[in-house]
Design a binder for this molecule. Structure first.
Ligand SMILES: Cc1cc2nc3c(=O)[nH]c(=O)nc-3n(C[C@H](O)[C@H](O)[C@H](O)COP(=O)(O)OP(=O)(O)OC[C@H]3O[C@@H](n4cnc5c(N)ncnc54)[C@H](O)[C@@H]3O)c2cc1C
Length: 239
């Protein structure tokens, strides 16, 4: 389905990273984890990649907005977004995809995420918390530094509200950070997963983000003896 919408707010959420909030069009319904195609209408500039990009929806279905979050690279699409006036019109197609939390709540969810790949998981975590879903959720979230980590405070808040969530943020480049950090350091590894998720037998594993990150996470999980049937991924092609 195609809808028109407009931008009603935007803000920086980490270094070089912004969130954009669009009005939820009348009749637009989706499941946490799904994505949209966002098209700029009559943008001031365009390039060979065109005026449409896919984005996971980072807000949850109970909220009033459609939020996307993205790394602000120097492409025509993102320059237009960055400088957009509130009220800018966009077209939204979707929702797309089946990257949603599994139904069988006795199986834990283990989410292995880097950077901007957090967007569908933020939606799933908000949704699971709001609806008091019984799933055990382990969210491993890797960034270079706290300054680069989108939605860190929001995710800590969800962890505080939902006792079924275990949140394991990890930083890979604290040497270049000015922010104090007492949490995990280094890449998400088998050892890190096993230390925090003792009841991981029968878990379903999730990863989303740039294809390189998703491939690395799949390799870690395969090496733990988990088959592809129990791994669900969303690749952000274009990174
Ligand atoms: C299902 C799905 C969900 C997605 N969800 C999200 C999301 O939540 N958030 C999000 O940010 N993205 C998401 N993406 C990716 C998104 O659609 C864009 O492709 C991405 O944000 C890059 O857009 P761009 O305008 O920066 O680059 P594009 O203009 O699309 O880039 C085109 C090509 O140029 C390369 N390129 C461009 N600029 C640079 C640069 N500065 N450095 C290195 N290479 C460069 C790119 O790697 C790519 O090969 C999703 C994609 C899919 C398929």
């Amino acid at each position: 389905m195609n809808y028109s919408s407009e931008l009603f707010s935007k803000e920086a959420i980490a270094e070089g990273t912004m969130a954009f909030h669009f009005e939820k069009p009348h009749g637009f319904a989706w499941k946490a984890g799904q994505s949209i195609d966002l098209t700029l209408v009559g943008p001031a500039e365009t390039d060979a990649e065109g005026n449409t990009r896919a984005f996971s929806i980072a807000s949850a279905p109970y909220e009033r907005d459609i939020m996307i979050a993205t790394r602000m690279r120097e492409t025509a699409f993102k320059r237009v977004l960055r400088s957009a006036d509130l009220g800018m019109k966009v077209d939204i197609a979707g929702p797309f995809g089946s990257f949603t939390l599994h139904e069988k709540s006795s199986r834990p969810a283990i989410m292995l995420v880097g950077g901007i790949g957090i967007t569908p998981f933020l939606s799933m975590m908000k949704d699971a918390t709001e609806r008091k879903l019984p799933h055990r959720i382990y969210l491993y979230y890797s960034n270079r530094r706290p300054e680069d980590a989108p939605f860190l405070d929001l995710l800590n808040g969800l962890r505080d509200r939902n006792p079924r969530i275990t949140f394991i943020p990890t930083m890979t480049d604290m040497e270049n950070s000015k922010t104090p950090w007492s949490g995990e350091r280094g890449y998400i590894t088998r050892d890190m997963i096993e230390r925090h998720a003792p009841d991981r037998a029968d878990a379903i594993y999730y990863s989303a983000g740039p294809p390189g990150m998703v491939a690395a996470m799949r390799k870690v999980v395969n090496e733990m003896g988990v088959g592809d049937d129990d791994i669900r991924v969303e690749e952000f092609s274009g990174y």
